[in-house]
Design a protein. Structure first.
Lengths: 354, 334
């Protein structure tokens, strides 16, 4: 009844092609953004912001990046944790060696470094695809794990191999409270989500999707596979690199190479599968799911009063995690984003049956 | 022929040169060199066994089974814990039963509902299975380090001390393991070539629809294939466990089987064996002889290049010969 586009007539091309053509969607999105920026920092507790909201936002950004590559361009990667690491270590080294540089510039440079790494490891995608490519990206994962653990220059000769960064400063504000960090991350993630949304509905995104759906046909209609695939790798790694830099600087503060291990890569993959391949919104759903699930799993036994050891809890977490992934793949292979779309479709008809 | 294949030839030549370099330049004594070589071959046997499981399942069902490593861990844990209360061979027999049940459950719960899904969805499903098995195995069997004692002496034996100065130290256990692995491969080859079931398996691997249309029950074949892969995982797990102890890291090290199948070809059983040996020898050689050079050159905090060497090798191979050494040639060049 409320959600219906009856009577919203488009009288210009611009109106027809806008990002959110339905008025209710525009209002909802504006309200959501306003809520996230203005209300959440006031009502959310420090714990909620630090342990859930900030990781959720940063991982959303990373999942978004991976989704551009896997969901939109059809190239599987199990190495995106490594590109996060490249972003994080690039940002660390730039901030360390050029301390006068604005943090925003550092983030962009970190993203560019990751994009370069992504393009290099994306080169095999020109000859191979699917599962073969997955193994090729796995090479990136193990190689960068090793590089950041062994090459001393990257960690500034820290004896333990772990690095730490001070609170970052932005135009005179030190980001030292959870609220400030949250707003900073939120602004960046919102910006990148907007960017991604517009990328995928434009020329570049359509060439990616054409490659994903049928590469031969795409080539026949004049899309250059090399440019499309490498640009997908570059843009995806850029997003992920920025996410990695934020993960290190804002969420972790101090980290060691293990922070960006293959577990992280696999988690990113789970996020986009559970959230929905080829969906911007799905990246956020997936990230929320993966961030919240372990916390819930830890809370439930305690809430029910069942004593459970930490080791047992972590094993149970593994089991439930794996079972849920299989369950999701069977029940809804297109992810949470599809459920959302179905819900919207139902809402359009409600209260009528047809 | 040579003209078209020059990148492959060049790569092989470079690798071979790297392989003999330490010996020719006199950087290592011959005895030590042979020891490293044997150690590499031994690791390679284990990689081969894990890769074999991959290849079997991929051939028969087109599923890229990420869970093979978890199956190795699960089987090894089962044997190790049950062997505490019974002789190890009885434990192994029981564990085979468990692996068959596991295969049946996986087929029923995971594969059958996902039939006709894209390859990536199936890969994800096996990732889910990996997580589940890792958690389940450690919940049921415990998560400490366990030993598997096969009753073979572990102390190294000195052989060929008249040929090389100082002789060569080899482990008797390693030899037994290598022979066991070779026996398993021979048994599998017989099973695939001579038995009706094996023939049905090969038919399914060739063409699902054709196999089904002549009356081969696909579902049962998949259970059999996953069971066979489970048994292979069990053998790998027992050998590995008796050598290094049963612990969680087995599950991760088994990821090394991925470059092996890339190198050997996804659909080739001999490829898995030879690929495994190449990777095993290659990474040991690289670690022992190339590692120190790199450390000195770039001032690294230690070697450890065997962590990524196999993957880089596979990556190079993908660039020059995507179908692997023995894989089926498939032309989809875009």
């Amino acid at each position: 009844m409320l959600y219906r586009e009856n009577g919203q007539f488009k009288t210009s091309y611009a109106a027809d092609q806008q990002m959110l053509p339905i008025r209710q969607d525009q209002i909802f999105m504006l309200a959501l953004v306003a809520f996230a920026f203005a209300v959440v920092p006031l009502i959310a507790s420090d714990y909620l912001i630090r342990a859930i909201l900030i990781p959720f936002l940063i991982l959303s950004l990373a999942a978004l990046g991976l989704n551009l590559l896997t969901g939109y361009c059809g190239q599987v990667s199990i190495g995106h944790g490594a590109f996060m690491a490249v972003g994080a270590y690039a940002a660390y080294n730039i901030a360390l060696r050029l301390p006068w540089m604005n943090i925003l510039v550092v983030l962009v440079l970190a993203g560019l470094a990751a994009a370069l790494a992504g393009m290099i490891f994306g080169i095999p995608s020109l000859r191979i695809k699917g599962l073969y490519l997955a193994v090729a990206t796995l090479a990136a994962q193990f190689f960068f794990d090793w590089v950041f653990a062994r090459v001393k220059w990257f960690t500034n000769y820290a004896p333990s191999g772990s690095v730490s960064v001070p609170d970052i400063e932005l135009f005179g504000f030190v980001l030292n409270t959870p609220q400030r960090k949250y707003l900073f991350v939120l602004a960046i993630v919102a910006l990148f989500a907007l960017l991604a949304k517009n990328l995928v509905r434009g020329h570049v995104g359509r060439s990616w999707m054409a490659i994903r759906d049928m590469d031969v046909a795409a080539e026949v209609i004049g899309i250059r596979p090399m440019a499309a695939k490498l640009s997908a790798f570059a843009v995806s790694s850029f997003f992920v690199g920025v996410a990695g830099a934020l993960w290190g600087f804002i969420h972790l503060g101090a980290w060691e190479p293990l922070a960006f291990s293959i577990t992280l890569s696999l988690n990113l993959l789970f996020m986009i599968i559970i959230g929905g391949l080829g969906s911007i919104l799905g990246s956020f759903f997936g990230a929320a799911f993966i961030v919240v699930l372990p916390i819930l799993l830890n809370q439930v036994p305690a809430a029910l009063g069942i004593p459970i050891s930490t080791a047992m809890a972590s094993h149970l977490e593994f089991m439930i995690f794996g079972a849920l992934i299989v369950f999701f793949l069977i029940v809804e292979p297109h992810g949470l984003a599809r459920l959302w779309a179905i819900g919207k479709e139902k809402l359009r008809l409600w209260p009528f049956p047809h | 022929m040579l003209k078209r294949n020059w990148p492959v030839v060049a790569l092989v030549v470079v690798l071979a040169a790297g392989l003999v370099a330490p010996l020719v330049t006199g950087a290592s004594p011959a005895g030590f060199y042979v020891e490293v070589l044997l150690g590499g071959l031994m690791a390679g046997v284990l990689y081969s066994l894990v890769a074999l499981g991959f290849v079997l399942i991929f051939k028969a069902s087109g599923v890229f089974n990420f869970a093979q490593g978890a199956m190795v861990l699960f089987a090894a844990l089962a044997v190790a814990r049950m062997a505490e209360v019974m002789p190890w061979w009885l434990a192994a027999l029981l564990a085979i039963g468990i692996m068959v049940v596991l295969a049946w459950v996986i087929e029923r719960v995971v594969l059958r509902p996902l039939v006709n899904q894209e390859a990536i969805a199936l890969l994800m499903a096996t990732l889910g299975v990996t997580y589940f098995l890792d958690g389940f195995g450690q919940t049921v069997w415990g998560s400490d380090i366990y030993e598997i004692n096969l009753g073979i002496a572990k102390e190294p034996v000195m052989v060929l001390d008249n040929l090389f100065q100082g002789g060569i130290l080899v482990n008797k256990e390693d030899f037994v393991a290598a022979i066991a692995a070779a026996g398993l491969v021979a048994l599998l080859a017989l099973f695939f070539q001579k038995t009706p079931t094996g023939r049905a398996l090969r038919a399914v691997a060739d063409d699902h629809q054709a196999a089904q249309s002549i009356g081969i029950p696909l579902n049962r074949i998949w259970v059999i294939v996953w069971s066979v892969a489970g048994v292979v995982a069990l053998v790998a797990g027992v050998i590995w466990g008796s050598k290094l102890g049963v612990q969680f890291s087995i599950s991760l090290v088994a990821l090394k089987a991925l470059p092996v199948v890339i190198l050997g070809g996804f659909t080739s059983v001999p490829g898995a064996i030879i690929g495994g040996l190449i990777i095993g020898v290659g990474e040991k050689m690289a670690e022992v002889f190339l590692g120190p050079v790199l450390v000195k050159m770039f001032d690294l905090a230690g070697g450890g290049i065997e962590n990524w060497f196999a993957y880089m090798l596979a990556l190079l191979f993908l660039l020059v010969r995507p179908e692997g050494l023995f894989g089926e040639k498939h032309i989809d060049r875009v």
